[in-house]
Design a protein around this ligand. Structure first.
Ligand code: PXL
Length: 289
């Protein structure tokens, strides 16, 4: 039987307040016509950007929940992992991918662990080699520049000339994934940052520039990867999916920026979700030669 709706198994935390992880993954993929079933990795009072956040690690429950899914013989066209609450969870997700792997499936791993040059407060450096292993199970990975540097054992670059971007993408691809996307790539021209996607099979690099606003909203990485994943699941090409994800994040940031709200609350996806149902009407991606 042809599955009328594609099905995603999502492994992310549920942060009770602040628009990150499942709080954005579910509405975005649902709006894009994809069914989301989730194994929450942790429940938090807020994301980790707030002081004194409360954290419930769900590692033992994850194994039980997955066993139930196995008993029910569920199957997924898409497996998508983001924030994982402990190193053991990485192993659980890797085992899940091994068990539920099938043809014509997209396995997306967003190696969420760091931003702005630093690991998130709930992680120690032991997370890095574990995350490097998980990346090897993925078809698509979406590290930001800090996570890319940690995965490769490199220092955070101030500027990245094109040959260096390409080299980093290829080294990340050597870890296993067919498609590597690096976000928040710094540019000499400080008003811009870039997103680059590399397709190993086609040996092609695509770049989309993003204009910079002086704001730093948590969860924009989750928003970006969810739109990218949804767009690829809809059958769009990598450069178009990159374009759609960049445009959606920019629109969400611009829709939020004019208000006097704490940046910690994240971007107002409530105001912009409907745009995911419209065709792209402008495309600025470049092929990197
Ligand atoms: O991907 C962002 C994110 C997800 N989950 C938790 C976080 C953050 C970023 O701060 O704290 C719990």
């Amino acid at each position: 039987m042809i599955n009328p709706v594609k099905h995603c198994a999502a492994f992310h935390d549920l942060s009770g307040f602040g628009r990150v992880s499942l709080g954005v993954v579910i509405p975005i993929l649902t709006t894009m016509g994809i069914q989301v079933s989730c194994i929450p990795t942790a429940v938090l009072s807020t994301h980790t950007g707030y002081k004194d956040f409360r954290f419930l690690d769900l590692t033992p429950q994850m194994r039980e929940f997955i066993q139930h899914w196995k008993d029910l013989e569920f199957s997924f066209e898409n497996i998508y992992s983001g924030f994982l609450g402990s190193a053991e969870q990485i192993e659980i997700v890797a085992e899940f991918i091994d068990y539920f792997r099938k043809e014509n499936q997209l396995v997306t791993v967003d190696p969420v662990m760091a931003d702005n040059g630093e690991l998130y407060p709930s992680f120690g450096p032991e997370i890095i080699p574990r995350m490097r292993e998980l990346v090897g199970y993925a078809d698509l990975i979406t590290p930001n520049i800090t996570e890319a540097a940690f995965l490769l054992g490199e220092k955070m670059p101030v500027d990245m000339p094109d040959p260096m971007i390409k080299e980093w993408c290829m080294r990340l691809a050597d870890l296993g994934p067919k498609t590597t996307v690096i976000t928040s790539i710094p540019n000499k021209n400080r008003a811009l940052s870039s997103v680059v996607g590399y397709n190993k099979e086609m040996n092609r690099f695509w770049k989309v520039d993003c204009s910079y606003l002086p704001a730093d909203y948590p969860g924009t990485g989750d928003v970006f990867t969810s739109v990218l994943d949804g767009s690829l699941m809809q059958g769009e090409s990598l450069p178009i999916a990159l374009e759609r994800a960049v445009q959606f994040v920019s629109l969400a940031i611009r829709s939020t920026f004019g208000y006097q709200k704490s940046e910690l609350e994240g971007v107002f996806i409530e105001k912009t979700l409907a745009s995911l149902r419209s065709p792209l009407n402008l495309s600025t991606y470049q092929l990197m030669e």
